[in-house]
Write a protein of this length. Structure first.
Length: 430
């Protein structure tokens, strides 16, 4: 239902300044707008919409008693003026899935009755309910009985619809699409708005990275691959799949609705008896980051963090490269060995490849085990009792990863002795 004319409504004279405030959708038991029919309640407010402004509940002052009675309750369905006053995007849609009065299933062949009425408020007669508030502050307002006019509302006109006979545009929910490539788990659907404008064309939605965003963020665009030409939607950050709104620009009869999926660190799982201490959980805000567990040290997702005493986070790894990884203990493999605490003035911040250290580097700092006697250096390519694998069903990958770990030169009171591969997993020292 187009609403741009109503939302942009202003009627101003010397006696009043009426401005649009909301829309009421009313259900009726019978084909009559009378409140009481046959001694029973005939009307029910089905839903409502309200301008997203400073006005919440609206009351009306009784000219005889001075009391203030609720006239329009605040609606949770807010209308952004810029969007809903624009003819290209100013529309609402109400879906009825249950009987408004009994909450029972809708009955095929039965008539149902509704009306849509918009109302405006006279700003010259509108005052804050609280004497301490100024006009324009967010809160409840009342219409003074001294005003020439208080509120104006359309005369309700009943819309009669018969289930399964009157097919409005359209009776279906969001239509699904087919994923033809890529491994995104987000869904894409299309919401039919104007059935008469639909075509038989094939459409394609593709994604590309927003390089200007510090956090990982993807644009999407939609093209008509049958007719070609420029994108129908380009560089969009609108992710509204699952939301009932229809205030986007309609393209060839429908609105593309895309689900947003941001990169996240998954849940850590293990099999067998737990021989290690509980790992740090980055999803738990009360858990102390002791350097164990899985830590994403990139800067582009909200779950990113530092590994304590390590240099910090970096931009080399990015969220689109996250995969499901398994550490398999038992089979041995080779790993790159790094030593912490031997070089630089601030030795605790030094992480060097073991084979790059010399006997001179150990003077005054203690010996390094697993020494290569032939080359007189620590071994840098050593055996470890585990292997690391990408095992990702989503990307259909299973491949072994290179592994590196860190040895600390000494125990630090605030840090456990750990060996960490590239994602910071806690491995059993041995």
């Amino acid at each position: 239902m187009p609403v741009s004319d109503q939302v942009s409504f202003v009627d101003s004279t010397e006696a009043w300044v009426n401005r649009f405030e909301g829309i009421n959708v009313t259900a009726y038991k019978t084909n009559s707008t009378q409140e009481i029919v046959g001694g029973t309640q005939n009307t029910k407010l089905y839903t409502s919409y309200q301008l997203d402004d400073f006005i919440q509940d609206v009351y009306k002052e009784n000219p005889e008693t001075g009391g203030r009675d609720l006239l329009f309750a605040e609606s949770s369905n807010k209308l952004d003026y810029e969007i809903y006053s624009d003819p290209a995007t100013g529309r609402i849609r109400v879906r009825v899935t249950r009987d408004p009065f009994t909450n029972g299933a809708l009955i095929k062949g039965q008539e149902y009755y509704f009306s849509f009425t918009s109302y405006a408020l006279n700003y010259d007669a509108l005052f804050p309910m609280s004497a301490d508030s100024s006009f324009g502050s967010v809160g409840d307002y009342f219409l003074s009985s001294a005003g020439f006019v208080g509120e104006v509302e359309n005369i309700p006109k009943i819309i009669v619809t018969t289930l399964a006979d009157d097919l409005y545009n359209p009776p279906t929910l969001i239509e699904p699409s087919n994923q033809v490539s890529g491994f995104s788990t987000g869904e894409v659907g299309y919401d039919i708005i104007v059935k008469s404008e639909l075509t038989t064309s094939l459409y394609e939605v593709t994604f590309f990275k927003d390089s200007s965003s510090d956090l990982y963020q993807m644009y999407w665009k939609m093209e008509n691959v049958t007719t070609g030409g420029p994108p129908l939607v380009d560089s969009s950050l609108s992710y509204i799949l699952g939301e009932p709104i229809v205030d986007e620009i309609v393209t060839e009869g429908f609105i593309a609705k895309v689900e947003e999926h941001n990169p996240t660190i998954g849940t850590l799982e293990y099999e067998g008896a737990q021989w290690f201490t509980d790992l740090y959980d980055p999803l738990d805000p009360d858990d102390f980051n002791d350097g164990t567990g899985v830590t994403y040290v990139g800067t582009d997702i909200l779950q990113g963090n530092i590994v304590p005493s390590f240099p910090g986070r970096g931009e080399i790894i990015t969220g689109d490269r996250l995969r499901r990884v398994e550490l398999r203990f038992g089979p041995t493999s080779k790993a790159y060995r790094y030593i912490n605490g031997y070089l630089s003035v601030f030795a605790s911040n030094s992480y060097r490849y073991a084979a790059g250290l010399t006997p001179e580097d150990t003077v005054g700092k203690g010996p390094i085990g697993n020494w290569d006697e032939d080359n007189d250096r620590p071994n840098g390519w050593v055996d470890v009792p585990f292997t690391a694998w990408i095992v990702d069903d989503n990307t259909q990958q299973e491949e072994q990863l290179a592994v590196g770990y860190v040895e600390r030169a000494r125990n630090l009171s605030s840090i456990r002795w750990t060996s960490g591969w590239c994602m910071g997993s806690y491995n059993k020292p041995g």
